[in-house]
Design a protein around this ligand. Structure first.
Ligand SMILES: [Ca+2]
Ligand SMILES: [Ca+2]
Ligand SMILES: [Ca+2]
Ligand SMILES: [Ca+2]
Length: 279
């Protein structure tokens, strides 16, 4: 084979490699852009009543955040719950149906006494006892302070106090536990992944359609994780890659004294059918 032919083949190979490389760069750029711009809406509740522009959200309201603006959600309209109760955990489980928990035992219309470790559902008309905490093995003295429903029979939760649970044993208030098919398992061992033992996780959700799974967490009080300070209203993303700030509530107008104590994340483009809601 002549030197010239060798050169031609080399040049052709170089061109192909360059094209492959450029295509790869373009593909990665598009993939990363899609990831970065995936629009999410946030539904949350706070530990206290507060003022936000013209809104006056109460601790038993759900606040809806979308593209820089806030509204009080009509999923549980103001005045639906007794004014003395505080929602401390929330998840969307179906068309207009919210599963939530309260931070103290209370009487609810149509249900009667519900405990702070129970999960209650509201479909826009009626309250029902969705999951009876103590009947399923939670010590009655603990408070369930975070929930994320994965399917009608499986959910993640956290407790406000350290406690001993069936199947898993001692769980801490920064841990996330999975309840599935009647069995408790450790989903996220908080201190093992770097959350300080003195911190309490008070809200949990899962970012829709993420692989590996990305959890969204909030803390009850400000703490350092991996050298970064997260305050009580921050939403923190956690996946195998580590922790990052997902939503800075204070930078988005929430008064610094207000703690976000319940959260749900809604993907605008990839919401599972069973989670579709009218907002
Ligand atoms: Ca609340
Ligand atoms: Ca509760
Ligand atoms: Ca907790
Ligand atoms: Ca919090």
């Amino acid at each position: 084979m002549s030197l010239r032919k060798d050169k031609e083949i080399g040049t052709a190979r170089g061109k192909i490699l360059r094209k492959v490389f450029i295509s790869l760069v373009i593909f990665l750029f598009i993939a990363l852009s899609v990831l970065a711009t995936e629009p999410y809406d946030i539904l949350f509740s706070t530990d206290e009543d507060f003022s936000l522009n013209l809104l006056r959200p109460a601790d038993d309201n759900l606040v809806y955040y979308s593209a820089g603006s806030y509204d009080i959600s009509s999923l549980i309209s103001p005045g639906t719950l007794p004014p003395e109760v505080n929602i401390d955990a929330l998840s969307i489980v179906g068309a207009n149906t919210v599963v939530f928990s309260l931070d103290e035992d209370a009487f609810l219309p149509g249900v009667g006494l519900v405990a702070d470790e129970d999960l209650i559902s509201f479909d826009g008309l009626n309250f029902s006892l969705w999951w009876d905490g103590s009947a399923n093995g939670l010590p009655p003295e603990v408070n369930l302070d975070a929930v994320h429903v994965i399917s009608p029979t499986e959910f993640l939760f956290s407790l406000e106090e350290d406690a001993i649970l069936p199947d898993v044993g001692l769980v801490a208030d920064e841990d996330i536990i999975r309840f599935s098919g009647g069995t408790f398992t450790m989903e996220l061992d908080g201190s093992a992944i770097g959350i300080p033992p003195e911190a309490d996780v008070d809200a949990v959700a899962i970012l829709p359609n993420t692989t590996p799974v990305t959890y969204i967490l909030s803390l009850r009080s400000a703490n350092f994780i991996d050298g970064n300070l997260y305050c009580h209203s921050d939403l923190i993303a956690y996946s195998v890659g580590g922790f990052s700030k997902f939503f800075d509530a204070e930078a988005n107008g929430i008064p610094p004294e207000v703690n976000i104590n319940a959260v749900e994340i809604l993907g605008r483009t990839h919401v599972p059918d069973w989670m579709l809601i009218n907002r």
